[in-house]
Write a protein that binds this ligand. Structure first.
Ligand SMILES: Cc1cc2nc3c(=O)[nH]c(=O)nc-3n(C[C@H](O)[C@H](O)[C@H](O)COP(=O)(O)OP(=O)(O)OC[C@H]3O[C@@H](n4cnc5c(N)ncnc54)[C@H](O)[C@@H]3O)c2cc1C
Length: 392
């Protein structure tokens, strides 16, 4: 896409995303148009549309913000189209969505508090080109995939590692062909129709073994049920793998990985897969948590590092001491391993220098990713060298 068109779309998005109310209005306009023209489509969506509306805006914003990385966005949309097969979405639905998107954007201009912004033919063309790219790539993605839209899996182990974090292991009926670093949609029996994304923490294998690290988000629907109510024998439904976190072996840059909390999962899966290769770039893996005891997976990562000299693991905690209610013994770093650093993860990593010569991956909560990207950019890391999954 032409850089001028991209910059026009990005300014337009800044205007649309001016505040929470603007974002909500945009999503409402989109869905109102879609459902008024196609009333039957309403049944494909959940009863409460607020979360759906936020997700819709986040996805549109994510693609526009990253349009300069055209190939990556095409791959993301292709995967999303494949993933949406689980809802029964087809080309005609996408085309209707493209029309509703154009209408929603147009209706945001020249009305109410936003009247200072004007709608121009160039802007109309830019949004049309974007809508065509968006829905065309989604529909092509859905049609290009002949593999199953969903897989079934049985929970074989559920370990409550921390008060708010569980490791869940499953065996799927067939092995799922995901790449280390990708994520999948998950539906659990305790919360039917509430799909959430989780990143497998181990590489795919011929036995269909899967491992998820799930942190309980307080007030959330699904994660508290996974952490608190999952039983061995539960049947989970898992959808098409998505996401593009991966090491690029075609360039000679070393790798910087930064993971926080359960966000370590996609990085851990990649490091484990890399340990089966003979030739790897150097990898610096920063693992962070609020308290030292939150670094629940450090021992495994130290083990991988001890037998793989290309991997350096750097533990970081925001607080220097464990909370008073934690009773376990402190973790001692094995000889030769990096000792724990203290501070906000973004700030700690940026203190080491610009990292401008690295390919960078960041994984964690949306706020952790945003602040870490900000800290790295302020320190001189170019944005196009930083990868992360869509936020939320
Ligand atoms: C690409 C991707 C991969 C993911 N991988 C993992 C993973 O491996 N392990 C894991 O534990 N989670 C992962 N998540 C997060 C997960 O998909 C859910 O969003 C999370 O478990 C909360 O779901 P919920 O139903 O409990 O909360 P919801 O009912 O969806 O949300 C309740 C409230 O919590 C807020 N919220 C949602 N998620 C977060 C968050 N992460 N941090 C802070 N506030 C939040 C929402 O904005 C909302 O206000 C991933 C998310 C994405 C987008």
């Amino acid at each position: 896409m032409d850089p001028e068109v991209i910059s026009r779309l990005q300014s337009s998005l800044d205007f649309l995303a001016d505040d929470e109310a603007g974002r909500a209005q945009f999503s409402t306009q989109f869905y109102n148009t879609l459902f008024s023209r196609h009333p039957l489509y309403r049944s494909m969506f959940p009863a409460a549309m607020d979360t759906q509306g936020r997700r819709f805006f986040t996805a549109v914003a994510y693609v526009i913000e990253n349009l300069a990385q055209h190939r990556r966005m095409r791959k993301f949309l292709t995967q999303l189209g494949r993933d949406h097969r689980r809802y029964g979405v087809e080309r005609e639905h996408y085309e209707a969505a493209g029309t509703a998107l154009r209408h929603a954007v147009r209706s945001m201009y020249g009305t109410g508090t936003h009247s200072r912004n004007s709608w121009t033919p160039e802007l109309a063309d830019a949004w049309s080109e974007f809508a065509d790219f968006l829905v065309g790539t989604l529909a092509d993605g859905a049609e290009s995939d002949t593999s199953p839209a969903v897989w079934g899996g049985t929970v074989v182990s559920h370990e409550r590692i921390l008060k708010d974090l569980a490791i869940v292991r499953l065996e799927t009926d067939e092995p799922i062909p995901y790449g280390a670093g990708q994520y999948v949609g998950v539906q659990i029996p305790q919360r039917p129709k509430m799909w959430r994304y989780f990143s497998p923490a181990i590489p795919t294998n011929p036995f269909g073994q899967l491992e998820f690290h799930v942190r309980k988000v307080s007030g959330g629907w699904v994660s508290p049920a996974i952490v608190g109510e999952t039983n061995v024998g539960d049947r989970w439904v898992i959808s098409t793998p998505l996401g593009g976190l991966e090491v690029d072996y075609t360039n000679d840059r070393d790798v910087l990985m930064i993971g926080s909390g359960s966000g370590i999962a996609p990085l851990r899966a990649q490091v484990m897969e890399m340990s089966q290769r003979s030739d790897n770039p150097r990898v610096h893996l920063f693992v962070s948590g609020r308290y030292p005891c939150d670094l629940y997976d450090l021992e495994t990562l130290w083990h991988v590092s001890l037998s793989n000299p290309w991997l350096t693991v750097v533990p970081v905690s925001e607080e220097s001491e464990n909370p008073w209610w934690h009773t376990g013994p402190p973790l001692e770093a094995p000889f030769g391993m990096h000792s724990r650093l203290t501070g906000p993860i973004g700030k700690v990593v940026a203190q080491f220098g610009s990292w401008a010569d690295r390919q960078v991956q960041i994984s964690g909560s949306p706020s952790m990713v945003k602040t870490t990207v900000y800290a790295l950019r302020a320190g001189g890391t170019p944005l196009d060298q930083i990868q992360h999954d869509p936020l939320g």
